[in-house]
Design a protein around this ligand. Structure first.
Ligand SMILES: [Zn+2]
Length: 323
């Protein structure tokens, strides 16, 4: 199962233009406020380090300290309204929800994807509100509209919305289709291997991005006719939408041009990949237990794990034919 694959809120699209309707949810006694505080290092930091979040009712929140507030909608699981709130400081002594999104997915045996997805949505919109202070065209001041998901320049009238950056992640098959390429960046955790990925350049198609990234990172030529889109995964905390693809290359000769991007890449058979995926079934997840040639993959719930598992279990063809 992919994390972030299901909706967790009804965004209440139809009532957002009426500020009184949105405000009425503020006074609903069942409304939950997902509280966070300024992250001085931005959203990229969230991807790697724990971040603190609190779930609170209205009486617990000091609205005099609120820097941004966003109406997320009606939580589907409980049918209760939910807001995200950016505070100058979190509420002292309160129970906290530690939000290191990757680690939460990775280390919990049964992760609560509904809660993780909700927190991710909240943090993403709060961060957008935090950094979007002035009009990007005329530097005029911005009014917050539609419950905090749109901004409007009071001077030139330009509208601004939270943007999503598309990226590709690709399962690369060798010419026979029996081996898959895994690579590691120097920034990855020790012994982790994963798929090639990267953001789309301006004006680039998904297919061109796959061809370019594979060539740039591991020096391989993708057979353009072999590229297939499989599925997508939103990563709201990183403002990214990952487009999962598969592609075949014309040779197995790997050339790493930039060791700062990729320090090692190699071809692996199904049995080796299965060992890397199985790391997450071990409740201790002890890196020291891995042999010198062994590795682990990204955890269940993430796109790389999903694509690799689909390849091993022979489900890729059925995923593609279902489209
Ligand atoms: Zn403007």
């Amino acid at each position: 199962m992919l994390a972030f694959a299901e909706s967790v809120v009804d965004s209440c699209h139809g009532i957002r233009d009426d500020p009184q309707e949105v405000e009425s949810f503020l006074n609903n006694p069942t409304t939950v406020f997902i509280c966070s505080r300024h992250n001085p290092r931005g959203m990229g930091f969230l991807m790697r380090k724990p971040f603190r979040v609190q779930f609170k009712l209205k009486e617990d929140v000091d609205f005099g300290q609120v820097d941004a507030i966003v109406f997320l909608g009606i939580r589907l699981a409980s049918q209760t309204p939910v807001f995200a709130v950016l505070l100058q400081e979190l509420i002292p002594g309160s129970e906290e929800f530690i939000s290191d999104l990757r680690r939460m997915i990775a280390t919990k045996q049964d992760p609560d994807f509904e809660e993780i997805n909700l927190v991710s949505l909240a943090l993403s919109l709060l961060e957008w509100n935090r950094v979007t202070k002035f009009c990007s065209f005329c530097a005029g001041s911005l009014d917050s509209l539609r419950g905090g998901i749109k901004k409007h320049c009071s001077s030139c009238k330009l509208a601004q919305y939270p943007r999503i950056d598309p990226s590709i992640i690709v399962l690369i098959l060798n010419p026979s289709g029996e081996k898959v390429l895994l690579a590691r960046s120097p920034q990855y955790p020790k012994k982790m291997m994963t798929l090639v990925s990267g953001f789309l350049d301006a004006s680039e198609s998904v297919e061109l991005a796959v061809i370019r990234e594979v060539k740039e990172e591991v020096g391989l030529d993708v057979d353009a006719a072999s590229i297939r889109y499989v599925t997508s995964q939103s990563w709201t905390a990183g403002r990214s939408l990952m487009l999962g693809c598969i592609a075949r290359v014309s040779s197995e000769t790997i050339v790493i041009a930039d060791p700062k991007e990729i320090e090692m890449a190699s071809w692996f058979e199904r049995s080796q990949v299965l060992q890397g995926l199985s790391f997450w079934r071990d409740p201790d997840q002890n890196l020291d237990s891995l042999g010198s040639t062994e590795f682990f993959t990204p955890p269940p719930g993430l796109m790389a794990h999903f694509l690799l598992m689909s390849w091993i279990s022979g489900k890729l063809d059925s995923l593609l034919s279902a489209r």
